[in-house]
Design a protein around this ligand. Structure first.
Ligand code: NDP
Length: 333
């Protein structure tokens, strides 16, 4: 399977190129950049044959089967639509698009065209989250009453570009991190919020976009979800908790790109550490994407998952702006 990379990004160079190459029979043929020199040096540094500044040139290469889109967020929709039209399978970064209607169009068009379309929500692939999902699905904590997500981090210096100052490129902590938390809650609870309330603001980094947000979501089951995302918290650590009628799950340092963190289960028997498998998250995501393309499986997060996580993030942003409870619009999905 031959790949084209749309975007000479840090996530591609840091994680996804390695994950593509970890799959049997996968090769990276090309990369697209808006800059001839950045594209050429990215290609040279990563041993990629072709570098383009013209998307059509990358897409007309019939040897390319799939593309990985990791440009800034406002480019995902037009680039995905062009890739789908060219018959390529698409692994797209989150958030899928700037608006719900764009994301819905991407997913529906991919389905009509018969190509695989997936969202790169890496957290679903973590051994820690697979273990938590297993505990909840196997009724180890009973009926889930509430969940809390702690995802307030210190945005590394090298990422303090468009994320903190460019609303038009999709900056802000809500499109960056709240989407991941929405997908992670969906993954664990198999349901999506009906409505949300939220407060957001700037706490030192955000310039024209929010760098911090807290929200509370009402789930169809009656469970309540509380989330906190930020770019400015150096020492808060990350985590997720689920509290049920028969027990509670406390997971720390698990909202991350690395296979790390601890899980503890507390119930009537006492408190116990939960063991889990520590594999590379991106290797697993890419493996499942390749299986979906070859017809033997499903992506870990598909297009509908990406639509739903975006829908929640957009509702959180709207709720913070309006100061009122906001019903989540899932665009018919
Ligand atoms: P980057 O800022 O690294 O890349 C985005 C674009 O910025 C690139 O396409 C590139 O443009 C340009 N760029 C890259 N490096 C430089 C540089 N040194 N100087 C100037 N411009 C540069 O973004 P990320 O990799 O952090 O994020 C890209 C996408 O991936 C986003 O949609 C984000 O939400 C998502 N993401 C997902 C993660 C996950 O785990 N699922 C983790 C991190 C990000 P060009 O292509 O034109 O050269």
């Amino acid at each position: 399977m031959r790949w084209g990379l749309i975007g000479a990004s840090r996530i591609a160079s840091g994680y996804v190129i390695d994950a593509i190459r970890a799959q049997a029979d996968c090769e990276i043929q090309s990369v697209l950049s808006t800059s001839t020199s950045r594209g050429a040096s990215f290609a040279a540094n990563h041993g990629i044959a072709d570098s383009y500044t013209d998307l059509d040139a990358l897409l007309t290469d019939a040897s390319v089967d799939a593309v990985y889109i990791s440009t800034t967020n406002e480019k995902h929709h037009p680039q995905a639509m062009a890739a789908i039209a060219a018959g390529k399978h698409v692994l797209c970064e989150k958030p899928l698009a700037m608006s719900l209607s764009e994301a819905c169009e991407m997913v529906r068009t991919a389905e009509e065209k018969g190509v695989v379309f997936a969202t790169n929500h890496h957290l679903r692939n973590a051994g820690s989250h697979l273990a938590i999902q297993d505990l909840i699905a196997n009724d180890r904590i009973g009926k889930v009453l509430s969940a809390r997500v702690f995802h307030a981090v210190n945005l590394p210096e090298h990422l303090r570009g468009w994320r903190i100052n460019d609303a038009a490129a999709g900056g802000g902590v809500i499109p960056d991190i709240t989407v991941h938390d929405a997908d992670t809650i969906r993954f664990h609870l198999s349901e999506d919020p009906v409505d949300v309330v939220a407060k957001s603001g700037s706490s030192g980094l955000g310039d024209g976009v929010e760098d911090s947000v807290m929200s509370v979501w009402s789930m169809p089951s009656g469970a309540m979800v509380q989330t906190h995302e930020s770019f400015t918290h150096g020492y808060a650590g990350t985590g997720i908790e689920f509290h049920g009628t028969k027990g509670s799950i406390f997971a720390r340092n698990v909202m991350t790109q690395e296979p790390v963190g601890e899980i503890r289960l507390v119930d009537a028997q006492g408190e116990a550490a939960v063991a889990y498998e520590k594999h590379n998250l991106y290797h697993r995501a890419l493996g499942l994407f390749v299986e979906a393309v070859t017809g033997s499986g499903q992506p870990s997060a598909d297009g509908v998952d990406g639509v739903k996580s975006l829908a929640v993030a957009l509702a959180v942003r709207e709720a913070a702006k309006s100061g009122t409870a906001t019903t989540v619009d899932y665009g018919g999905f």
